[in-house]
Design a binder for this molecule. Structure first.
Ligand code: ZN
Length: 339
């Protein structure tokens, strides 16, 4: 852990963001909220995940915000209960990093995740800060957290211009440009899932149409496979989710393969467009569906190869995330640490 000197008189303003020396050696409490799962844990300054707990995101409709909020606060209590000593006198963390599926508003401290319809302009930063009695909570988009985690400790280490992509319930994205995270004024820069790749495409829950997410999310690929006649019960009593779809595709199921092919083509279009816009070096792909492996990455790379034309796009590499399901938590913690 890097030694952090307390700022003295006349210290540069940038140093005033350093934590109090009493907090410098303490882990960061990291939270990662997605449409499928809620995760929370403690992350050491070295980036090592010390404690991890998770639970499914409750399926809640508009008007049922409390259902999701209570599940999250219960999860935070679980993390703290597992780490606080018998006296419970001292909080076991020094800062809080909160990653949430987008869109978010880092200025207002609110979240409106497309895939958690119960939360619209939910004042999550205030709720979490109050529950934890934490003086500051750093909110970041969950895909940004994954990207920061992979850039700091994972597959994108050393790359200066990176697009991080999360393929899960939805499709998220985050950007590192010139070696630094680029968040944008509201924290939503890099939101790849809602870039449009089919102008006449189907309506997206975000209000647009033909977004990457309408074809390349695990949800969309499962829906497409079912429409093409995929029967998830062929391989036993499987529920039709991304994992079952990947298994079916790996076994050669034609409908599953076609749905993944369609999703990979849409994602490749979004990736190549982003690379043309931003002069990228590397794309790191994570999220639950990245675990599908080559059955997804092979068509994705093939479509990227087909679509990239300009010479500066030829260096672009597509790599799987290295930190797996922990990238969001590690990145949320890194994002909460002072620059
Ligand atoms: Zn959209």
């Amino acid at each position: 852990m890097e030694e952090i000197e307390p700022p003295g008189p006349g210290a540069p303003a940038s140093l005033t963001a350093a934590p109090h020396p009493a907090e410098a050696g303490r882990p960061t409490l990291a939270i990662d909220i997605g449409g499928t799962k809620l995760a929370a844990g403690l992350v050491a300054g070295s980036g090592e995940l010390l404690v991890r707990h998770e639970r499914p995101t409750p399926r809640a409709m508009p008007g049922q915000a409390r259902l999701v909020t209570d599940a999250l606060l219960g999860l935070l209590d679980e993390v703290l209960d597992s780490t606080t000593g018998p006296t419970g006198a001292e909080a076991p963390f020094g800062g809080v990093g909160l990653a949430c599926a987008g869109p978010i508003d880092v200025v207002a401290g609110t979240v409106s995740p497309v895939n958690i319809p119960a939360w619209r302009n939910e004042p999550l930063v205030a709720t979490v800060a109050q529950h934890l009695a934490a003086p500051s909570v750093r909110l970041v988009n969950d895909a940004v957290a994954m990207t920061v985690g992979e850039h700091g400790r994972g597959a994108a280490r050393g790359a200066a211009n990176v697009l991080g992509v999360v393929v899960s319930t939805g499709v998220g994205g985050g950007l590192i440009l010139d070696g630094r995270p680029r968040l944008g004024p509201t924290g939503n820069a890099g939101h790849l899932g809602h870039t449009v790749v089919a102008v006449d495409g189907e309506r997206c829950p975000c209000g647009s149409r033909g977004c990457v997410e309408t074809r390349a999310s695990a949800t969309a690929m499962v829906r497409e496979a079912l429409a093409r006649g995929w029967d998830p019960r062929t391989a036993g009593p499987a529920i039709p989710d991304g994992r079952a779809l990947a298994t079916a595709a790996a076994a050669g199921d034609a409908a599953a393969l076609a749905a993944i092919e369609r999703g990979a083509a849409a994602l490749a279009a979004g990736i190549v467009s982003s690379a043309a816009l931003l002069d990228l070096d590397l794309v790191v792909v994570g999220g639950g569906f990245a675990a599908a492996g080559e059955v997804f990455f092979a068509p994705l790379r093939q479509h990227v190869d087909t679509l990239r034309g300009l010479s500066f796009l030829t260096r672009l590499c597509i790599v799987p995330a290295a930190l797996g399901r922990d990238a969001g938590l590690i990145g949320a913690a890194l994002a909460a640490q002072p620059a």
